[in-house]
Design a protein around this ligand. Sequence first.
Ligand code: DOR
Length: 433
Amino acid sequence: MSLLIKGADLVGAGRQDVLIRNGVITEIGKIQDARAGSEQVDQTIDADGLIALPGLVDLHTHLREPGREDAETIASGSAAAAIGGFTAILAMANTSPVTDTAEAAERVLDLGRLAALVDVQPVGAVTKGLAGEELAELGLMARSRARVRVFSDDGRCVHDARVMRRALEYVKAFGGVVSQHAQDPQLADHNACCHEGELSGRLGLPGWPGIAEEVIVARDVMLARHTGSRVHIAHVSTAGSVEVIRWAKAQGIQVTSEVTPHHLMLTTDLLAGYDPTFKVNPPLRPSEDVEALRAALADGTIDAVATDHAPHARHDKEHAFVDAAPGMLGLETALSVVSDVMVGSGLLDWAGVAQVMSMRPARIAGLSGHGRPIAVGEPANLTLVDPSATVTVDRDLSMSLSRNNPWHGRQLTGAVHATLLRGLPTVLKGALA
Ligand code: DOR
């Protein structure tokens, strides 16, 4: 199988042709059609006006299989990921049953391979059943065929400091990382659903104060320093967390972090209509926090963008705000949101997007075949982006089985045109190939 990409903008290296054979980039430069023809190129993609990025990597995807296949399957979520330009996604452990054993992790891996649209890398639970008490089979998951390196109880916080300390000590042995859902359950319990402030008071919604995130971030960077291990902060949502992470990085503490597209663009005031589409955990924050998150992503304090794609069936989402399931879709729109918010504002260039959406997340997750420079000899995991396309998001066109799409009806600039997984197009002209 050979494929020629004609005239893509290889950020930094200008307009080039890229020849791919058997999943690997074999040549970059001005490649004559005739010569490529004589070498029998099977397929050519006209990439005039398109930017080539290393395939996007999502550190934080909720696929609902096993257990809630009515909301998402590994196949439907993989299709949404491919449409969004992703070539690898990390599948969170809060399924039913929980991914807390080697067998469960291998099952997710195998179902991902069957769908064959993106590489689905299982995240292992930190604690058995996400109960926060007993460590899960961390070592067995790491040594399994799934080679689990990222562990998270996401959806729940590893709130017991002793358990978090042990988890950090344990994963250090095999170069793993604990991804923390930072939410002190005493300061923000499971009812908390609206950023605590003037609006939560006015709407009569239980408040979720920023400090509930910040105290856990502060504790965990100190535990990372104490153990010499790596901690990753999932879905950072406040300016205060950014301050702590910035300080910790300056101390040389091994902390990385991610921000979601929704926390980069959407603000608390959207809750005024009580639309449960906008209910998410952590909650949408005021514009001061949003500004701080954008600046932190631009200056490298926050390492990566991660979607927290959280599909929910209608019968779980369409309830009074307090009772609705938290979470929103994100895979298909992530690149467009980042393009709009970060590139459109001049805060990031496309090389920066490659860093925050591909290279750094791949490094954090320990995925060796992803997030690589576009160069001869590298695996051809690629995303072609049309930077000037405008898209109006339509939730009914989604590959996801769920419809909790907070971007519905919004116009965004920048869109994924094609996705290649090891040289094979999974998406062409914005549609599944
Ligand atoms: O809004 C959220 N939904 N936040 C989480 O941390 C978990 C996720 C889910 O699994 O639905």
